[in-house]
Ligand binder design. Sequence first.
Ligand SMILES: [Fe+2]
Length: 203
Amino acid sequence: MKNKDWLVTEDGQYQACKSVREWDLLRHPYRFYRFLTEVEDVLSHVTNEIRCLPEIRLLVRRLLANSYWVQTRYLEPCPKTGTSVLMLYEEFSFPLTVQTVTFAPGVVSPIHNHGTWGVVALLRGQEKNTFWKRINDPDLKDKIEEIGELSLVSGDIISFTPDAIHSVEALGDEPTVTFNIYGETHHQKRFEFDPLTHSAKNF
Ligand SMILES: [Fe+2]
């Protein structure tokens, strides 16, 4: 089955995106530093970073198709929390964060947005994404409702606009591992939502 590329927006909608032809992906070698440089080049040419998501999805696909190193950079889930994060790249004043994240089976993330664009590729396992959107309610400004869900399998890529809201659940019997790249983090725009109390807090 051919893997898919998805885009999620702040209205909770998701759409399948045109993916790359596989013969356009192969480069040998294609190392992590070249990926970072090419992402930086893509971002430096635009004012609206959301417009870059197709190109960044392509670069992520190219990296995963060619880099065994990246495919093997992840931690086992922490026995206490069920999750682990391995930071691959983070630099002050460089507008990118790259990490792999491991979830033990059954782990569910909080409902959150990222306050920046993001591209996430599933390296191992299966996960369910649930999408939410803010509801216009003058009394409860952080009220959200569930819009839909999408199950991803290893090899799928999902991308998010800064205000897209989702939660993630690891499905199946094996830990899930994702490769995640995010733009510049604005902590004041990044929220965790509580759908019961209709509240949100920065994280
Ligand atoms: Fe997320």
